[in-house]
Design a protein around this ligand. Structure first.
Ligand code: PLP
Length: 380
């Protein structure tokens, strides 16, 4: 019997107890019980974002939350800089374009993070820039940006920093207030181990001042409406209340385990995977790799689509392919969420077998052995 395992960097696998929690009878959202849950969700989100800012939950995917942040923080008269190092960053430039927001899309080599020095140079060249939009962990290229360093630059220029933390929050270190980020964004289907359907944002006072300074050209994604409802622990529109039950449940567990422990574990899975990749004679893609997902070059002579078909068809494992220019060239495996050592080893083992079936002369067991060594060292 085959098990379905999601190794995609979202949606990820969901713990059984979370599924059961969400199977409870649905209550109405205009009730005291819902408002109590929603209040708790707000404070649990403050923990995962590491902020005392306001946490907003939008029913919609991460893109809805990011769009809300961008259009809210860029009313007429403002200009944004988007660090363009992957498909998701491109999407945020597209949001600017679609809403007529003046912006500079700064090209950044794929597989690398956005550099604080490049952001600084853009500010020097263009005094109109007052908003910066970057992706912390660019899932499409598996690259990490140094958010703390970029935040120092944006603060020095008194700009607003919006960070897409969709595959960062709850997986790798995120310290919104300490670093000086103004808006951080995530989505439910990543490290928070929920089905898709909720977007979350943390917004600080500087960002609210900007949002309040102009008219927001959207109804559903207008953050002002969410803040007004939050005064009563409520939501402006009908929420995905099943997912909210699951979110409270999972965030309680995340807090109980402690973010630092989760960050360490994600990093360990990434390290073990990189060791396995090297032992198999393969190469990882990113020059500045994130720990939440690893991108692996598909070796010459192997058809990427067929490789992933084998992983899914023969072994029940769903891996992600490349996006944009990387389509057909890399495969990606997640390290976020409901994963353990044996999922990671199982992924590597399946990759070895699938590579062999697709014509790559794999030293069978070499990847698993290298990863096991990393785990053995870490366990002491
Ligand atoms: C870094 C990043 N940003 C944005 C998105 C888009 O989020 P969604 O698909 O939830 O709208 C994703 C989804 O994979 C992502 O990984």
């Amino acid at each position: 019997m085959k098990k379905i395992r999601l190794f995609t960097p979202g949606p990820v696998m969901i713990p059984e107890d979370t599924m059961l929690e969400m199977a409870r009878p649905i209550d109405h959202h205009r009730t005291a019980a819902f408002r109590e849950s929603f209040k708790e969700l707000g404070s649990l989100l403050q923990y995962v974002f590491q902020t005392s800012g306001t946490c907003v939950t939008i029913t919609g995917s991460g893109t809805a939350a990011a769009e809300a942040a961008i259009v809210g923080c860029c009313p007429p008269g403002h200009k944004a800089l988007v660090g363009l190092n992957g498909k998701f960053a491109e999407r945020w430039a597209k949001v600017c374009a679609n809403f007529g927001i003046p912006h500079t899309a700064m090209p950044v080599e794929w597989g690398t993070g956005v550099k604080a020095s490049d952001v600084e140079a853009q500010f020097k060249a263009d005094p109109k820039l007052d908003t910066v939009i970057i992706v912390h962990s660019e899932t499409s290229t598996t690259a990490l940006s140094d958010v703390a360093a970029i935040a120092r630059v944006t603060r020095a220029h008194n700009a607003i920093l919006i960070v897409d933390g969709i595959t960062a929050v709850g997986a790798i270190p995120v310290k919104m207030d300490e670093w000086g980020v103004d808006v951080y964004i995530t989505g439910s289907q990543k490290a928070l181990m929920l089905p898709p359907g909720l977007g979350f944002l943390a917004v600080n006072d500087r960002a609210w001042q900007r949002i309040d300074s102009g008219k927001t050209p959207t109804l559903y994604n207008d953050l002002k409406a969410y803040r007004k409802s939050l005064e009563k622990n409520d939501v402006p529109y009908t929420p995905a209340n099943t997912l909210i039950l699951g979110a409270v449940h999972n965030l309680r567990k995340i807090k109980e385990r402690g973010l630092e422990n989760i960050w360490k574990e994600t990093a360990l899975f990434a390290r073990a995977t990189r060791a396995a990749v090297a032992a198999l004679g393969l190469k990882t893609y990113a020059k500045d790799p994130t720990d939440s997902v690893t991108g692996i070059w598909v070796p010459q002579g192997v058809d990427e689509a067929k490789l992933r078909k084998t992983l899914r068809g023969d072994f029940g494992q769903q891996w992600a392919g490349g996006q944009g220019d990387l389509e057909g060239k890399i495969v990606r495996i997640t390290h976020m969420g409901y994963m353990d050592i044996f999922d990671t080893l199982g992924g590597i083992a399946a990759l070895e077998l699938a590579l062999k079936k697709n014509g790559y002369n794999t030293p069978i067991g070499a990847g698993v052995s290298a990863a096991q060594k990393v785990f053995a060292e870490a366990l002491g």
